[in-house]
Design a binder for this molecule. Structure first.
Ligand code: HEC
Length: 137
């Protein structure tokens, strides 16, 4: 009897673990798709009502590895290590503050990002996906 219960608990733990790993992989995959533009995220420039063309709104355009990058590299090192950004006090990002930067163009220290960084209509799921992808880079 006891053995059977142990097996059930073990299977439950393995099942939950597998589910958690699958969920992480899903978010990461979604985040990469949003970052590279395979999945579109509606955006506009601050002060403009018109939407940006999908091609222009891809994060990778400005945050990719290339020399023509105009935005900072986005990784766990740059996002989750405390650093002074734009003259503000040292700050780190988490999922919520990344989301705020995307939606409102304000960083964790309440400093406004330059207008070159678009404003996005990001659902909570988009923020989770981008955060999962970027914070594990
Ligand atoms: C058209 C160019 C452009 C695109 C597209 C773009 N960014 Fe940016 N982004 C910038 C620039 C430039 C900055 C630097 C802002 C500043 O220093 O004021 C920036 C800053 C940021 C920051 C703040 C980093 C920090 O250290 O404070 C984050 C986070 C960010 N971008 C995420 C994204 C994500 C995620 C996407 C795609 C959904 C994206 N950006 C798309 C240009 C862009």
């Amino acid at each position: 009897m006891r053995r059977r219960r142990t097996w059930r608990v073990l299977l439950g733990v393995v099942g939950l673990g597998t589910f958690a790993i699958a969920q992480q992989l899903y978010w990461r995959h979604q985040g990469e798709a949003l970052f590279t533009g395979q999945a579109a995220l509606p955006a506009r420039l601050a002060g403009h009502a018109d939407p940006l063309p999908v091609q222009a709104a891809r994060c990778i355009n400005c945050h990719g590895e290339g020399a023509d990058r105009i935005g900072p590299l986005l990784s766990s090192a740059t996002l989750t290590t405390a650093q002074a950004r734009r003259g503000g006090p040292p700050s780190v990002y988490d999922e919520r503050t990344l989301c705020r930067a995307l939606r409102e163009g304000v960083d964790p220290a309440q400093v406004t990002l330059t207008r070159a960084m678009p404003l996005y209509t990001a659902a909570d799921a988009d923020c989770t996906a981008l955060w999962t992808f970027l914070s594990r880079q």
